[in-house]
Design a protein around this ligand. Structure first.
Ligand code: GDP
Length: 477
């Protein structure tokens, strides 16, 4: 499949692609379960299963029939003829009762009906099961969504906090794409200017100066910076902050975790490899997911366990190595003098090199101990004192700007593309600021900055990138 996205390629996927079918709702029992088909010429398939012609975009209640005309279930059938559908192709949705066996029967019935010659109409070419993300991939290839929006669909489904879900909704509605497209269009204007100057080199500097190329580029640079700052917030909402909890036994690590969790428990999305609750927990602060790995559980297990468990522990250590910060908890009532004691030095030595360590002194309510430096974080997991300051410190560590509005979800891939674009723009600005402008190099930098932005929305998207992005979706989406 080629990655020609945009108005020119509308229908490209639809014309060449096999029709696909999948159960679109989550596995398990529910009130409603949906089987979804996308492809061209689905009218005949709809007739075979529903025994009637379906009006476009109308809900039809009736029976879904098996090959002998006996009902499999009763439900709603919806038909969205191309191009006015999610994928841009014909889409048929069968909303049945949400039983796993029933939905498999309905799915099998679709595959079977596609092989029948209905009313002398052509058979459907090779209706097959959809790959993960294939419906959304077709929506992208048919110009219904750009790549950043398609990614936002997955992020919306995967969102672990309300703030993450809202930011994914904004990206899906196009907030991120619009910003990128505006930058993109500005760069097109500048490229045209520089390319034109290339054709009339005798005028070069004057021409660029009169057109205020440097000023325009500076404005693109500033806008790109602002977009990057917002995208960083969005990436944080998507990825969350990985925190390691360290400290001696009985200093209050579990109590602190519980206190931080309070009513703010996030829907748990375990860090890969750390599936056991006692080792990794997910909470949230102001909607920013916070994944906490408790090293105590790991140490206790080091000797014990079978191979699988040891493998799990090894993976947890790998996750620790990638953490954003370490919360090193101390017992204020036992702190005699500043500095770590021998046991704490041993713990500190086992932490990943270069980790950002946040020292936290717990049990403030006991009112004892010489205590650390005045600026140290003193808290009580018991009565909650100092927890707000700790939460602020954690958000600060993550680079979160409290109260940031209009955050849209973003991914590492987007940040990398924005940074690449910014680097080329910086280089172009430096050239324009110099006396003798090397026009070819300037043009090249603008082109590269432009391409980097195009990679975000998928104007420039290699096939292997599409495979990576859509392969991580759930089936039926
Ligand atoms: P961990 O081994 O580091 O996970 O420590 P725990 O959270 O299990 O706490 C050890 C003991 O210290 C328990 O008896 C807790 O009730 C107590 N504890 C924890 N935090 C506080 C605190 O802030 N103040 C007081 N007074 N006791 C605490």
């Amino acid at each position: 499949m080629t990655a020609g996205h945009g108005v020119d390629s509308i229908g490209a996927a639809g014309r060449g692609a096999d029709p696909i079918v999948a159960v679109a709702t989550a596995a398990g029992r529910g009130a409603v379960g949906i089987v979804r088909v996308s492809g061209r010429g689905l009218g005949a398939l709809a007739r075979a299963i529903c025994a009637r012609d379906l009006q476009p975009r109308h809900a039809h209640y009736g029976a879904f029939l098996d090959a002998h005309g006996a009902p499999i279930d009763h439900g709603l059938a919806l038909f969205f003829p191309a191009p006015h559908s999610y994928t841009g192709e014909d889409v048929l949705e069968l909303q049945a009762h949400g039983g796993p066996v029933l939905l498999q029967l309905l799915l099998a019935r679709c595959l079977e009906a596609a092989q029948e010659r209905i009313d002398g109409a052509e058979r459907l070419p090779r209706l097959r099961l959809a790959r993960p993300g294939e419906f959304t991939e077709r929506a992208f290839l048919n110009g219904k969504l750009d790549l950043a929006q398609a990614e936002a669909v997955a992020d919306l489904i995967d969102a672990s906090t309300e703030a993450a879900a809202r930011s994914a909704g904004r990206a899906l509605a196009g907030a991120f794409s619009h910003e990128v497209t505006r930058l993109h269009d500005e760069l097109v204007g500048l490229r045209v200017l520089v390319e034109a100057t290339l054709d009339f080199p005798e005028e070069e500097i004057d021409f660029l100066e009169r057109a205020d190329a440097a000023g325009r580029l500076a404005r693109v640079d500033a806008a790109l910076d602002a977009t990057l700052a917002r995208a960083k917030q969005g990436a944080l909402l998507r990825e969350g902050l990985k925190i390691v909890l360290a400290g001696q036994p009985n200093v209050g690590k579990s109590s602190l975790l519980n206190a931080l969790a309070g009513a703010e428990l996030a829907i748990v999305t375990p860090i890969p490899g750390t599936t056991r609750d006692r080792i990794a927990q997910s909470l949230q602060i102001d909607g920013v997911p916070l994944h906490v790995i408790d090293t105590a559980g790991l140490r206790a297990d080091t000797q014990a366990g079978d191979d699988v468990e040891r493998e799990g522990i090894a993976r947890s250590w790998a996750a620790i190595a990638e953490s954003d910060a370490v919360l090193f908890v101390h017992d204020l009532s036992r702190v005699g003098e500043p500095g770590y004691d021998a046991a704490e030095r041993a713990i500190a030595a086992s932490l990943p090199a270069g980790a950002a360590v946040i020292d936290v002194f717990n049990k403030l309510d006991l009112g004892r101990g010489a205590g650390p430096a005045a600026e140290a974080l003193r808290i009580s997991a018991k009565d909650g004192r100092g927890l707000d300051a700790l939460r602020r410190r954690l958000l600060e560590q993550a680079g979160w700007q409290p109260g940031a509005e209009d955050v849209f979800v973003a991914r590492g891939r987007h940040l990398e593309a924005l940074r690449r674009s910014a680097a080329h723009i910086a280089s172009a600005r430096a050239m324009l600021a110099g006396g003798q402008v090397p026009l070819e190099l300037l043009a090249e930098d603008l082109r590269a900055a432009h391409d980097a932005l195009g990679a975000i929305t998928g104007r420039v998207a290699p096939d292997d990138l599409l495979g990576l992005i859509f392969g991580r979706f759930c089936i039926g989406k």
